[in-house]
Design a protein around this ligand. Structure first.
Ligand code: 5RP
Length: 220
């Protein structure tokens, strides 16, 4: 699938305009996009990055990292996804960067999502839904998710006893066994649980354009 990811990422370069401040997501597909940007780093003014991982790669290509508080609204955001339905609603957060990704998506006029064909589904939920939580609320949130959805929450493990810690210092719960027939409703309901920082459902603010990598890439 890495070839399909590269093709999707390189097709997204067409949307980048001279002098833009660009929102940049996280993940292996985005890494191809950053590498493509890096072939002509002076073309953009800078990037607002969704993770330390992407910031490091952007800087390595000589692209300046800018603070969203100072840039104002962005015209373009490019990011990958773990799943995409026919309405361009997404599951994201496989790379644990969902909160910053959501902030940048919200701040952007246009969100271009770059995926390989395996990410396309009719109904979201086969990919476990990531939820970023304040560490002390982990068990509480997990119990409420079981009661609310019937899904199975699993604490994402990392290299130590604290599990995976996001760039914001929080934990991730992955919810298995969901079939998300009402993504907008579920996103709103999960956001109400105290301790939830962000839900990896991008339904209220879906992608505007989806590029599916292939020869040639397809645009939805
Ligand atoms: C990170 C994300 C990524 O966009 C998502 O996990 C897809 O990653 P990849 O491009 O490596 O398949 O949401 O939080």
């Amino acid at each position: 699938m890495s070839e399909a990811k590269r093709l999707a990422a390189e097709a997204a370069i067409e949307y980048v305009e001279e002098g833009m401040v660009l929102g940049v997501g996280t993940g292996s597909t985005v890494a191809y996009f950053i590498d493509a940007l890096g072939r002509n780093p002076g073309r953009i003014k800078g990037a607002v990055s969704s993770s330390e991982q992407s910031s490091e790669r952007l800087r390595a290509h000589g692209i300046e990292i800018l603070d969203l508080n100072f840039t104002g609204p962005l015209s373009l955001y490019v990011d990958g996804a773990d799943e995409c339905d026919p309405h361009k609603r997404l599951i994201k957060g496989g790379g644990a960067a969902l909160t910053r990704e959501k902030i940048i998506a919200e701040a952007s006029e246009r969100f271009i999502c770059i995926i390989d064909p395996a990410k396309q589904v009719d109904v979201l939920g086969r990919f476990p839904l990531p939820v970023e939580v304040i560490p002390m609320a982990r068990s509480l949130v997990a119990r409420e998710i079981v009661a609310m959805t019937g899904g199975q929450p699993v604490w994402r493990q990392g290299s130590n006893e604290k599990g995976v810690l996001t760039d914001n210092g929080n934990a991730i719960i992955d919810v298995h066994g969901l079939s998300i027939v009402d993504p907008v409703g579920l996103e709103a309901a999960l956001n109400q649980i105290p301790g939830v920082v962000a839900v990896g459902l991008f339904a209220r603010r879906p992608a505007d354009v989806v590029i599916v990598g292939g020869e040639p890439p397809r645009t939805l």
